[in-house]
Design a protein. Structure first.
Length: 285
């Protein structure tokens, strides 16, 4: 349930994204690094990450309590990512690089939650959000949390300075999961380059098929209610419709609905875009 919906939450999100609130939440004390890095390059099948997900994910919800008790496998996977050589990474095909970043983002999100679990409290930056929201973690999105390819990167760095501008694929919004109930569902396996296109298509379909978080149609009002993600990042969808953001959102939804008749309606100009409420409550089991 949203604690303070509407303008306050939107305003805080805008201020936080701009950096205005960056100094209001002090980072937590330093933590030890993950387990020592693996000697060899990471497995591009990301088997360790798949094992973590299969052991701790059910119906899109994460068993953070179990991971807090034993985070050995999670730390081993992140150590594997940290061991990746930058020059070797640059030689990988684009699909392998994107899959690597998507898995890294989701793994860092889960580790961040585990380090602060159980989450309950109020930070100034989190006033508009549920008590058990990722937003209650001081510096959760902005703090330098993982050293990858020789750089100390935050979650915002990974998503907004690397994944979105470098790969320019709107389907990434179905794949990066910020630990909230209204996020697209966390995939119960790692993303891998050789299957990435099919995986992203499937995640987009699953997202759009869920009327709580993806798409709800109101024919009486001629409205297509979609996730707030389409509002926050509408510019990522505009290229699907020659630069028109609203039509780009509708085109993305049309491409990923399983209903051909609905897809035609969405492309017909009948519907205007509106947005579903966004629930930042933690996606915990």
């Amino acid at each position: 349930m949203r604690v303070v919906p509407g303008l306050l939450a939107t305003g805080l999100l805008t201020l936080y994204a701009s950096g205005a609130l960056a100094g209001l939440a002090a980072d937590a004390p330093g933590r030890p690094r993950t387990a020592s890095a693996a000697a060899s390059a990471p497995d591009l099948q990301h088997r360790r990450w798949t094992a973590v997900l299969r052991a701790n994910l059910r119906d899109g919800r994460v068993d953070y309590a179990t991971l807090r008790r034993d985070r050995t496998a999670l730390d081993a996977y992140l150590a594997e990512l940290e061991a990746m050589d930058g020059a070797a990474f640059a030689r990988l095909p684009p699909a392998d690089r994107l899959a690597w970043w998507l898995n890294a983002y989701n793994a860092v999100v889960i580790r961040t939650v585990v380090e602060h679990y159980p989450i309950s409290g109020r930070t100034l930056a989190g006033l508009a959000f549920p008590a058990n929201s990722f937003w209650q973690i001081p510096g959760g999105f902005r703090r330098e949390r993982v050293r990858l390819l020789g750089r100390d990167l935050s979650l915002d760095d990974i998503e907004h300075r690397i994944v979105r501008p470098e790969f320019r694929d709107p389907r990434i919004h179905a794949a990066v999961v910020c630990a909230a109930l209204s996020c697209p569902p966390l995939r119960p396996e790692a993303y891998v380059g050789e299957r990435l296109d099919a995986q992203l298509d499937e995640q987009s379909r699953l997202w759009i098929a869920d009327a709580r978080i993806g798409l709800r149609i109101d024919r009486e009002r001629s409205r297509a209610y979609v996730s707030k993600i389409f509002d926050w990042f509408e510019e990522d969808f505009a290229p699907l419709a020659d630069g028109n953001a609203e039509r780009g959102v509708l085109e993305f939804v049309a491409r990923h609905t399983s209903d051909p008749a609905l897809a035609a309606e969405l492309r017909s100009g009948r519907f205007r875009v509106d947005h579903l409420d966004y629930d930042w409550t933690l996606n915990e089991r």
